[in-house]
Write a new protein. Structure first.
Length: 51
């Protein structure tokens, strides 16, 4: 069983529609430093059961 703080991140996008990888890295690092226990991805290929 998963316990603790879990967060579902939104994907930061650039104005051209591409993923802002630097901002995504910053979001992940922020949550790691804050003690978040898990980060949930959300796309058509990832199901919550796979996490």
């Amino acid at each position: 069983m998963i316990t603790g703080s879990l967060v579902a991140l939104i994907t930061p996008m650039k104005s051209d529609g591409s993923i802002d990888k630097q901002k995504l890295d910053e979001l992940v690092e922020y949550h790691v430093a804050a003690g978040t226990h898990g980060i949930a991805g959300n796309n058509r290929r990832i199901r919550h059961i796979d996490l």
